[in-house]
Write a protein that binds this ligand. Structure first.
Ligand code: ADP
Length: 297
């Protein structure tokens, strides 16, 4: 692999020093796009350019991630932003990935009231760009404070994590024995901005719950040692002072029968998520059961 990283980042001189925006979402979009650019580029350049977007209005900033990699056929580009889309299955084997990054990125850009675009040709690299409104911080004192902080981290421009906009950190525990499901659900939670610890059975889940505080628990129903039903019964009846026994718990099961759902609720689960599920299903169920102050962010 050979990269030219002479100018991997170009920040336009006319960019404001401090802007207001959701730095968590912005970081996630850039990580997804840069991750792909690096993954699909064996040779050449990966490049991030940030400029004020004069066409879209003064408070807009345009971010462009460009690479010289394998590129994307024009007739496949419509599919790119759909969940679980990977353009070429041989790429999946070669490069890995979940097929979620672009779908999530598009959603995050829209949530930030911006737009995401792509331009590419097979074998000729790819260009992904988005512009989002990021108003200049008007509070001089706040701006100076963040500017000093950013300079000390050698950044030229930062998006300030505004308390009313930024995502609060949320921690999930996933108990699932199947490595493929572990991988997929973890990738989905990562993309939703939710940190996750993964364990392989109910026994390990109980140990993990005693070690740290989680905001939500996802339990596969069929697991060795301690299955999902037994696990949630133990969780709900645990009287250890360090243990959050009212943690929202979602059963994850391939069984769509209403009897199973009933049995889950009886055992102490809050809800049931039926496999296979899409990003949207996971996101709405998690949002529904997270504590309000976290879910509303
Ligand atoms: P994945 O996790 O599989 O990379 P994404 O949603 O991020 O999922 O991307 C979907 C698909 O779009 C990728 O599998 C790949 O086929 C294609 N793709 C995305 N970015 C690039 C890029 N920079 N160069 C070439 N192909 C890309």
């Amino acid at each position: 692999m050979c990269f030219n990283f002479d100018r991997p980042l170009e920040l336009d001189d006319n960019l404001p020093d401090i802007v207001r925006g959701d730095s968590g979402k912005l970081r996630q979009i850039l990580v997804n796009l840069l991750d792909n650019a690096i993954k699909f580029t064996a040779e050449g350049e990966v490049y991030l350019q940030v400029t004020p977007d004069s066409e879209a209005g003064n408070s807009n900033i345009r971010f462009e991630v460009r690479d010289t990699g394998i590129g994307i056929a024009v007739d496949k580009q419509d599919l790119l932003f759909q969940s679980f889309t990977q353009i070429d299955s041989s790429n999946t084997r070669r490069y890995g990935g979940s097929g979620l990054g672009l779908a999530i990125s598009k959603k995050l850009v829209l949530l930030m009231r911006g737009q995401l675009f792509v331009q590419s040709e097979l074998g000729k690299g790819a260009r992904f760009w988005f512009h989002i409104p990021l108003p200049v911080e008007a509070d001089k004192e706040k701006a100076d404070h963040f500017y000093r902080q950013a300079r000390s981290l050698s950044g030229r421009m930062v998006a300030i994590p505004m308390p009313e906009l930024s995502q609060k950190s949320c921690y999930a525990l996933l108990a699932e024995d199947n490595p493929v499901n572990q991988y997929v659900v973890k990738a989905m939670l990562d993309k939703l901005g939710i940190s996750v610890d993964v364990v392989s059975n109910g026994h390990e889940a109980i140990l993990a719950l005693a070690r740290r505080r989680y905001d939500i628990l996802l339990l596969d129903l069929q697991m060795p040692l301690l299955d999902g039903f037994e696990t949630i019964r133990l969780v709900r009846s645990n009287t250890n002072a360090n243990f959050n026994r009212t943690i929202p718990a979602i059963a994850v099961t391939a069984d769509a029968f209403s009897e199973t759902r009933e049995a889950c609720i009886q055992a102490g689960m809050n809800d049931c998520l039926v496999k296979p599920f899409r990003m949207h299903d996971l996101s709405s169920i998690v949002k529904k059961w997270l504590p309000e102050d976290i879910a509303n962010n």
